[in-house]
Write a protein that binds this ligand. Structure first.
Ligand code: G5P
Ligand code: MG
Length: 225
């Protein structure tokens, strides 16, 4: 039997650094399945499950969901994608989460979007999202074709409850204390690739060139940047 080689990647970066935006481009160019922890949590909240309520209170306060809850949720989804190449966005966010991922899957590469905090704040207050697909817009950077409506479905866009200036400050703090140590964890394993900049359109060609070398040609959907 011919085994297809799988590619497993993680994308990291502070809130608003462009993980969702870059992930969409990676999925489109390289065919990796995009799994966003934040999108999964928001789907649970929308479904009004009991767990969803607990999650909402954490997210709205800019705090992380407990590691055991988060790892269970993500690893269950990844087990269903065993035959796929994937890109994880927003997980792991603590060293404990990275260790639990490592105990089941080998991560081939970790893309780290290194975007200064000053750049991020104003981006988030002008972000609009299509909740069910995770598509992300911005009134300045990538506005929808029709204001307030998703380009693909025509459904209304919404703003995230955690995109207020106060909550963004708390999310950046949580990133500094809990998530930055994960970068060191992956650096010591030799899989961390950092891309520094203030504009996604300038960072993206570098990410594209890097992945084009890493991902088997047979798996790439199209080569353009
Ligand atoms: P999320 O959902 O993972 P964050 O905070 O990590 O949330 P976020 O906010 O989704 O990250 P992003 O995906 O990095 O940001 O960025 P994006 O959406 O692509 O871009 C942000 C905005 O900037 C968009 O409007 C975009 O259009 C615009 N933009 C992009 N590039 C540019 C540019 O070059 N210029 C300009 N002007 N604009 C640009 O997690 C949310 C919460 O869920 C919980 C936590 O509570 C977390 O706070 N959570 C977890 N808790 C524990 N463990 C985990 N693993 C968890 N995962 C999620
Ligand atoms: Mg995101």
């Amino acid at each position: 039997m011919l085994l297809r080689s799988l590619f497993r990647a993680v994308i990291m970066g502070p809130p608003g650094s462009g993980k969702g935006t870059v992930s969409s481009r990676i999925s489109e160019s390289f065919g990796l399945q995009h799994l966003s922890s934040g999108d999964m949590l928001r789907a649970n909240i929308k479904a009004k499950s009991e767990l969803g309520l607990l999650m909402k209170s954490c997210i709205d306060q800019g705090q992380l969901i407990p590691d055991d809850v988060m790892s269970r949720l993500i690893l269950a989804s990844l087990r269903e994608m065993e035959q796929s190449s994937w890109l994880l966005d927003g997980f792991p966010r603590t060293v404990a989460q990275a260790e639990s991922l490592d105990s089941v899957f080998t991560v081939d590469t970790v893309i780290n979007l290194d975007v200064p905090f000053e750049t991020i704040k104003e981006r988030l207050t002008s972000r609009w999202v299509h909740l069910s697909s995770g598509r992300v817009y911005n009134t300045d950077f990538n506005p929808p074709r029709i204001p307030g409506l998703d380009d693909v479905t025509g459904e209304p866009l919404t703003q995230r409850d955690d995109d207020t200036p106060e909550t963004v400050t708390r999310r950046l703090k949580a990133y500094e204390t809990q998530t930055q140590p994960v970068l060191e964890y992956y650096r010591s394993k030799g899989v961390l690739a950092t891309f520094t900049g203030t504009e996604t359109n300038k960072i993206w060609p570098h990410v594209h060139a890097f992945l084009a070398k890493k991902i088997p040609q047979s798996q790439q959907v199209r080569g353009g940047v």
